[in-house]
Design a protein around this ligand. Structure first.
Ligand code: NAD
Ligand code: WQD
Length: 341
């Protein structure tokens, strides 16, 4: 099958490419490297011994996107490209709407031009906002609490309307919970620019000595140990969910949102303890004030992914930490891009 992958050089995209190429699919990546490195694609080539097409361009450039999609003529599209920093989205909202919403509209128009009717979209559990009940199921009200979350909710709406108006179209909106970990080879992984916003890469950088200590944002939540509880999902499991969603899109029409998580919540303190076991030494922490906008708990109801996609998470928190540590300890500066100097 021919699969067009926007944002394929990124964290989740690169792990998905490994599985797509290993399964024998023909792949074309469309990425402007706004938040990733071409080195990640080289590593994917080395891991799989396979090559992929690459178009280096911006999804806001409708002409470039249409040319790329019509030239490749894909059977299906996986749409990872986008901006994902919650704090930055409040400072630069138009950049986020242009990239995540207009970029998605450009992609659907390009698919129309190429006659492609199947899309798997990177959505986020952040679309749910504050929990009315837990676990979150896919019918939970949508009420994102920041511009980033609103771009994802809007893009979901655009894709749903496109699917309704396009005969035989199939769209799968994957709502990821908290992706973590790395490929077991240690060759690809998460490589945030600057100070990490997210917990796992921050812990990893403390563990490897790049940062002094982790600030735990709040120890007075209504959880087992007072720290925030999240549904961490191994990126290799998440990648597998994309392949299952591509298959599903061949046998289902319409548009469906599907949670991708393990269904189990893990607290900040529990994740730190698991990481200490993985790296073999203590991680320095301090208790800090709550981070504005954070919720106490978030975890997924996972029945729909099992029923529709035949997919469930297989890798536990020990594997998430062990694989993150292998990546971080063997690549302490990540992909080391852009070159220092
Ligand atoms: P990432 O930043 O590593 O990957 C995104 C990729 O898109 C990068 O390679 C980047 O260069 C590319 N990109 C960004 N803007 C672009 C543009 N204008 N044109 C072309 N390419 C562009 O992020 P990720 O963690 O791999 O996330 C992938 C997708 O999943 C994103 O849409 C993100 O919003 C979504 N998501 C991520 C998480 C998470 O915690 N990582 C959770 C839920 C949803
Ligand atoms: C997890 C827990 C923090 C950092 C974010 C986005 C969401 C999605 C996934 C894209 C919380 C605590 C964190 C730190 C800490 N991304 N924490 N110290 O906030 O659940 O979700 O990433 O779609 O949209 O909002 O993930 O990793 O930032 O935080 O104590 O230095 O770790 O308070 O309890 P979050 P996170």
């Amino acid at each position: 099958m021919k699969v067009f992958v926007t944002g394929g050089a990124g964290y989740i995209g690169s792990h998905t490419l490994v599985q797509l190429l290993a399964a024998g699919h023909e792949v074309c990546v469309f990425d402007n490297f706004a938040n990733s490195s071409p080195v990640a694609l080289d590593r994917v080539r080395q891991l799989t011994n396979r090559d992929m097409g690459l178009v280096e361009a911006d999804i806001r450039d409708a002409d470039a996107l249409r040319n790329a999609v019509t030239t490749f003529a894909p059977d299906a599209v996986v749409h990872f490209a986008g901006l994902k920093a919650v704090g930055e989205s409040s400072d630069l909202p138009l950049l986020y709407y242009q990239t995540n919403v207009s970029g998605t509209m450009n992609l659907l128009a390009a698919m129309d031009a190429a006659g492609c009717k199947r899309i798997v979209f990177s959505s986020s559990a952040t679309v749910y906002g504050e929990a009315h009940y837990l676990p979150f199921d896919e019918d939970h009200p949508i009420a994102p609490a920041n511009p980033y979350g609103r771009t994802k909710a809007m893009a979901e709406g655009v894709i749903a309307d496109w699917a309704k108006a396009t005969p035989d179209a199939s769209a799968v909106l994957l709502r990821y919970f908290n992706p973590v970990g790395a490929h077991e080879s240690g060759r690809i992984g998460e490589d945030p620019q600057g100070i990490p916003n997210n917990l796992m890469p921050f812990i990893a950088q403390v563990a490897v000595g790049r940062r002094e200590k982790l600030a735990i944002f709040g120890a007075d939540y209504d959880t087992r140990d007072g720290t925030g509880e999240r549904d961490y999902i191994h990126v290799v499991d998440l990648a597998a969910a994309h392949l299952a969603a591509i298959d599903y899109s061949a046998r289902a029409c319409g548009c469906e949102a599907i949670n991708v998580g393990t269904g189990t919540g893990i607290t900040v303190k529990e994740l730190v303890a698991a990481y200490e076991r993985a790296c073999g030494h203590a991680i320095a922490v301090e208790i800090a004030p709550r981070r504005p906008g954070d919720v106490a708990s978030s975890y997924a109801r996972t029945d729909k992914a099992r029923e529709r996609l035949g997919w469930t998470a297989k890798l536990n928190v020990e594997a998430m930490c062990a694989d993150s540590w292998k990546w971080q300890s063997e690549n302490p500066e990540g992909y080391a891009w852009p070159p220092e100097g």
